[in-house]
Structures are given as C-alpha cells and as structure tokens.
Design a protein around this ligand. Structure first.
Ligand code: F6P
Length: 547
C-alpha cells in the first residue's frame, strides 16, 4: 500500500487549527498554569523509563484534540501500518523503509516483495556477534599476530553519524578497543586520525551502503595505501572489513568476501545504525550492549505502533512540532541533552530530520506552499546555557526546545548531578515564566540602585517567557534507553513526513552538489576552468593560481 496523498492544508482540521491558533497565539503559558493546577498531570506521558512532560507548551486540551484529529484525517494509522509492513513507502526509489525490521524479534515475519527478511537479518547479526567477540577477546589478530587495539570506522553521513553518536553516548559501557571515525574527504581529517595508529593492531571498517561515496572510498584508499607501507596486499584481508549492499564493489576494492557484512537497500543510510553499520558500536561496547540498544528501539516501535495517538510519545512530539512549525511560524527547534554523553545527538538527528523532511514537493509531485522540515540544532546543557541560551530566552525567535535529562548519573556522582539537574529544571521554568518588569523592579528595590538606573536597566532584565519546551526525563542512560530515544525521534520524523505529505526517505537534494563536485574536480586536476557563473569561475581561478 502506498502512503496517502493528502495536502494537510486542505483538511477540515487544518482550518480548525488555524482558527484555534488565532485564539492561542496571544495566550501566555503562565495563565494556562494558573487556570489548571494539575496541568502537568494532564499533559505528560509515562512509558517504561521515560517521563515526557509537554505541559510547558502553548496548548490546551483542544489543541491536542485538533492535532490528533489532523493525524487521523491524514490517515496516519494507515501510514504506520504500511511503514512496518514493508510497503514501498520510499516511492521515488521504490523501496521499503524497514530499519524497524532490524530490531524485530527473531520470530517476526516481515516480508519484502513476498520474502521474509528476518532470517537474513539474524544471519548478519550472528556474524556480527561472532566477529566482534573474536576482536574483543583477542582471538582474531592482526597480520603480525597481535590482538587489535584500535578500530577505525570509515564512512560518512548515515554510515558515520549514527555509530559515532552511539559510541560516544555509550562510552561508559565501552571495552578496551579505541574506536575512531574518519568521515570528511578533508585529507587532514584522515591524516590526523591515522597519525597515532599502529597498522599492526588497527582494524578498519569501511561502511558505505552504496560503496560509491567519494569521501569514503578516498579515505579507504588513503588508509589502505598507508597500511601497505607496513604490510602486504594479503594482510589487507585481516585488517579491512566492509559494511555494504554493494558486494561487487567491495570485492573490487580488495576486501575478502568473508569480511563483508551485508545490509539491504530497504535500510536508509540515516537509519542504518541498527544494521551492520553498527559494527563499530558492537566492537566498542560488545554485542550484548548493541543488542540492548536494538531492544530499546524495538520497544519504542511497539509503543509507536500500539499507543493511542494522544498517548503516543513520537506522535505527540511530532504534532507539537507541527503546531509551532506551521501555525506559529517557528523555523527551528533545539535539542538540549543534559548529559555530555549525548553531545553528538543533535548533529546525528540533523541528518535524520533535515535529510528526511527537507522537501518542497508533495507526494503528488506538486510544489508545496506550506512549511515542512524543521531546522534542528543543539548542544548539551549546561554548556549551551553559556553559549546560545541568551537567544532562546530573550531573542526575537520562537525556538521550541526539547530538554533531555536523566534521573541517575552513570558514575553516581550526585554532587555534580544535582547541580546539572537543577539547571535542567531551572531552564524550562525560566523559559515558561520569564520575569516581569514588576519582578525586576522588586529585585532592584532590594539594592542600592538609583531610580533612574533601575528604570534604565529594567527593560533589559525582563524576560517575556512563554517559550515552549518538552521535558524528557529518562531514568538512566543505558544502551536500551538510548535505543528507545533514537527510535522516538525516527518515528517523529515519520509522522511529520506523513502529515506534510512528503517523501521522507529519499535525498535527491544531496545529488546535485555531488555531480558538480565531480566535474569541478576534473577542472582542478587539469587546471582548466570551464564555463560557470562568474563567481564560481572567479573563485576557481583564484584557487588554481594560488594553490
Ligand atoms: O548524504 C547522502 C547520503 O546518501 C546519505 O543518505 C548517506 O547516509 C550517505 O550519503 C553515505 O552513503 P553511503 O553509506 O552509501 O556511503
């Protein structure tokens, strides 16, 4: 079944939401809290180790009812069934979107073009389990008989961001292997990574779904050449493994077919960390932790598939985001984890969210005249408080923000954790309430400030408040809760794509730049500038003259 093609702005609910927005746009959240002493009780969701408080939003029960109605009118329920059933919902590439199958139980039956893919998935998982155990326990050795000490993941986009984010997030659960990531085609990146490595004890994982990506192949070739300065061609088989759908290209590169971990075209690159692309995760934290990550994601899949829309965490967060994006005109959203471990979550989700929903043509091929993909950005708290929070508090832009925090720290250092979490709670409170001129003046009255100075300073010290936030309070950062968290955002992306009537699983927008880069590379190599716009010609000529 294909996805429905409903222009959201033509639905009856959209018109109702527009009228409802007119009544809500000047409401201050403070008054909503004053009117309902139990507001947090009404607007929170509890699921497993997650508590999601969405009461600090400019909403009332009618807003939620209408947003849920929009999801229903957009036939979200039918879309969810198609997504999990393996229908070719990535219609422009004629592919299913089945990263969810990668975390399904072995007993599941999930068919792609009539064939159950679960046995193949588990065959690859068993291969990952055996391989990673051998590397970790040292029975698999390098070409001089030494056990591996380092692993380098060579990939970009989805073949880098997911594993890099998870390995960083799960450092607490790591073993002795040092895992490095090389992604950029910038030669300085690869040189910096390899300069401290020992070829005798380093394993290279070349991760590329297509095995045609310029960055990854260039880095893999550079690293292989560096490796061959100390080893022979035969030794490559011991040190290079690949994750790819393109078995032929991997073999042409010289990687032993036994060292290929297959993936499938029904796994999108940006959703591939659950596949063999997660090999570097399983190497870093061990297969059991990798499996728990998948289990957490599967649990979230079940929640998403079965919970009523108004009790469904990914659905509620997606609808709130549509409320701000399409009615309040918010352009971006921030994501602030209160743990340093999740410092790569926002960059990771930037690909997931913006490559998926950065689209301006609907599923019927028409140009869209409403807003789609949100811009996502963020950094861990409390660092971000000392960087860009000023703009969120007192700038002119509305930036709905997700705060992600954990009840328990990993090292049990409550001295620090209580300080961290006091900031976590204080920020959403400040963003909600702000500070009025009366409060500011009352504070001044307790100081020695003259009336003139107080009146001058007061406007700068006023915070309007009314800045929406969601608070995700999770018990503890574990492989399982991380899996659930990532799957939550994956499903949020899906819900928004369905409602915006766009195809979320292709990425044609990244192709044009790749094509032009290839032809410009020829010009650079041959030192001849061809016909471009005058700016590009001017810049290329300058570069060639000065390089
Ligand atoms: O950025 C475009 C893209 O196709 C991503 O979707 C993908 O994650 C990345 O390039 C890497 O692709 P591959 O895994 O095929 O090397």
């Amino acid at each position: 079944m294909s996805l429905p093609t409903i222009n959201p702005t033509t639905t009856a609910t959209w018109q109702k939401l527009q009228q409802h927005y007119d009544t809500m746009k000047s409401v201050h959240m403070k008054s909503l809290f004053e009117q309902d002493a139990n507001r947090a009780q009404h607007f929170h969701l509890k699921w497993e180790d997650f508590l999601v408080d969405y009461s600090k939003n400019i909403i009332n029960q009618q807003t939620i009812d209408l947003l849920v109605e929009l999801a229903q009118e957009s036939k979200l329920d039918q879309a969810i069934k198609s997504y999990f059933a393996g229908d070719a919902i990535n219609a422009t590439e004629k592919r299913a979107v089945l990263h969810t199958a990668l975390r399904a139980p072995e007993s599941a039956q999930i068919a792609v073009e009539g064939k159950n893919v679960v046995p193949e998935i588990y065959a690859v998982k068993h291969k990952i389990k055996t391989f990673t155990a051998e590397v970790i326990n040292g029975t698999r050795k390098g070409f001089t008989g030494k056990p591996f000490t380092d692993v380098v993941n060579i990939g970009i986009g989805g073949s880098d961001l997911g594993p890099a984010m998870v390995v960083d997030a799960l450092q607490f659960y790591k073993n002795h292997l040092n895992v490095h990531f090389v992604s950029n085609v910038d030669g300085d990146h690869v040189r910096e990574v390899i300069k401290h490595l020992d070829p005798e004890t380093t394993l290279f994982v070349v991760a590329s779904k297509t095995f045609t990506t310029q960055e990854t192949l260039s880095n893999a070739e550079t690293i292989r050449a560096w490796f061959l300065k100390s080893a022979t061609q035969q030794d490559v088989a011991k040190h290079f493994v690949a994750v790819s759908t393109n078995i032929q290209k991997v073999t042409e590169f010289g990687i032993d077919p036994n060292n290929i971990f297959p993936m499938w075209d029904w796994v999108g690159g940006r959703f591939s960390l659950w596949s063999a692309v997660g090999l570097s995760i399983a190497l870093a934290v061990g297969y059991d932790h990798f499996d728990q990550l998948l289990q957490g994601a599967h649990d979230m899949d079940r929640h998403f598939q079965t919970a009523a829309f108004d009790q469904n965490i990914p659905v509620v967060l997606a609808l709130l985001s549509i409320w701000y994006n399409n009615f309040f005109g918010a352009e971006s959203e921030a994501l602030i984890p209160y743990t340093q471990y999740l410092q790569k979550l926002a960059p990771y989700l930037q690909q997931g969210i913006m490559e998926s929903n950065g689209k301006s043509v609907d599923r019927d091929g028409n140009l869209i005249d409403y807003q789609t993909g949100t811009i996502i950005w963020g950094e861990p708290g409390t660092n971000s408080q000392h960087a860009f929070f000023q703009l969120i508090h007192q700038g002119t832009k509305l930036i709905p923000t997700d705060f992600i925090g954990f009840v328990k720290p990993l090292y049990g250092d409550f001295e620090h954790h209580d300080k961290l979490m006091s900031n976590f709670f204080a920020q959403t409170e400040a963003l909600l309430n702000g500070k009025t001129a009366t409060q500011v003046m009352a504070e001044f009255n307790k100081t020695q400030l003259s009336t003139g100075e107080a009146e001058f300073l007061a406007p700068f010290k006023v915070f309007s408040g009314n800045k929406p936030t969601n608070t995700l309070l999770i018990q503890k950062l574990t492989p399982k809760t991380l899996g659930s968290l990532v799957a939550l955002y994956e499903h949020k992306i899906f819900v928004q794509g369905v409602i915006w009537n766009i195809f979320s699983y292709d990425q044609w927008g990244v192709e044009l730049g790749k094509q032009l880069a290839n032809s410009i590379l020829d010009e650079i190599r041959t030192n001849t500038v061809k016909k471009h716009d005058s700016s590009t010609e001017f810049l290329l000529s300058y570069f060639l003259k000065n390089k």
